[in-house]
Write a protein that binds this ligand. Structure first.
Ligand code: HEC
Length: 110
């Protein structure tokens, strides 16, 4: 079976929202190892960044465009529903690392 487990995914989303809404929100991200952070991203953006729903696929994006998107979400210059709050705790280094990680993954057209 290759189907994703919806219960597990839903649980992950709630965990992230709880962390974000509680205002402490760094446990899953900035302080953790990169693996923990990118795992949190895939809860919404799909396994290995390949979206299986309405979220954008983020795998295989140009790393500069990716980092620019996250920086714009962080400083509020790009409108977002959730991304601005999610990337708030991330440092420039975190963002560069995450961008490089997802850029290296095979994207939708590869
Ligand atoms: C709670 C669900 C959720 C999580 C978790 C999440 N995202 Fe997003 N992401 C979205 C949504 C929704 C959008 C569309 C913009 C918006 O409304 O916030 C988006 C947009 C993006 C975009 C822009 C894509 C494009 O095509 O321009 C990037 C890049 C991105 N997310 C990266 C990440 C990274 C990196 C993480 C982990 C740190 C992450 N996302 C975690 C929901 C999520």
């Amino acid at each position: 079976m290759t189907c994703p487990d919806p219960d597990r995914a839903r649980h992950g989303v709630f965990a992230i929202f709880a962390a974000v809404l509680s205002g402490t929100g760094t446990a899953w991200a900035a302080d953790g190892p990169l693996a923990v952070t990118v795992d949190a991203c895939t809860t919404c953006h799909g396994p290995r960044g390949m979206s299986q729903g309405t979220m954008p696929t983020i795998a295989g994006m140009d790393s500069e465009a990716f980092a620019e998107a996250l920086l714009a979400f962080r400083d509020g210059s790009r409108e977002s529903t959730v991304m601005g709050r999610l990337v708030g705790p991330l440092s420039d280094e975190d963002i560069a690392e995450i961008a490089a990680y997802f850029a290296a993954l095979p994207g939708a057209d590869q």
